[in-house]
Design a protein around this ligand. Sequence first.
Ligand SMILES: [Zn+2]
Length: 259
Amino acid sequence: MATVTYQQFYYLPDDEFIELEGLNAYFEHHKNYDLYKDEMYCPECLQCKLEYTPEYSRKAYLSAKDVNQHDDACSFKYEPAPTKTVTTYFQNLNPTQIESKLDSMLNRLHRSPKQIQSDSGKLASSNPFIINDGDVDNSPLTHRKVLRQKKLGRTLRKEDQNQLFAFYGTGTLKIEECEGEREGRKYKYYYLYITVNATTYKVYRGKHHDQIEEEALYNIVLIGYVEGVYTNGIVKIELIKKEPGNSTPNQLAIKLRKV
Ligand SMILES: [Zn+2]
């Protein structure tokens, strides 16, 4: 199993989340991280202690001291769900169920430390990112897998390409309307552009025309994978497929909520 790493941590004394980049900058300046040492916790459950490995021969990273310290409903306790599992799982949900699933993902991604604390001890099923792999009625801990999360607007690592994630972030949106022709008939199709920080993502929406406000800020979650980066720096994200082996994207696997 690959080591699970963290992009941010919860710093207990200040009751706030700190990005790994911030810790790297602190370490570079002070040549130590004594201020944070022993006070770094998992950003999702606030229970598992994290440790920091500064940049040496490989990039700096945060890892769990002991994964058993995670709350049962914490995503970091489980192994990543294979793409096929996630695709099949969403294929078996109806549009209303998918919508409510993505809604609760967005809610979970925007919890304050206080909300997280009050959620502690809840069942694993309260976490919409945890998916049962296999027989749902008879699912011991080992059958629980997690849909990994990736924040938009961060530098993408090479190994993240073509890996399935729930991408999330807060940014602005734009729609591109295109016209195609098939057997003499014209039709319209759309691309959604998401800009978070300085990075823009392009998502194929097919005939689905998202109704958005161009100047507004949105909280976004979408399930898919990075297919590549265009020469102009725009990152192409493909949504999960409608069913395993089929190339049609699941156009419901995205949720946009105005801030
Ligand atoms: Zn945790």
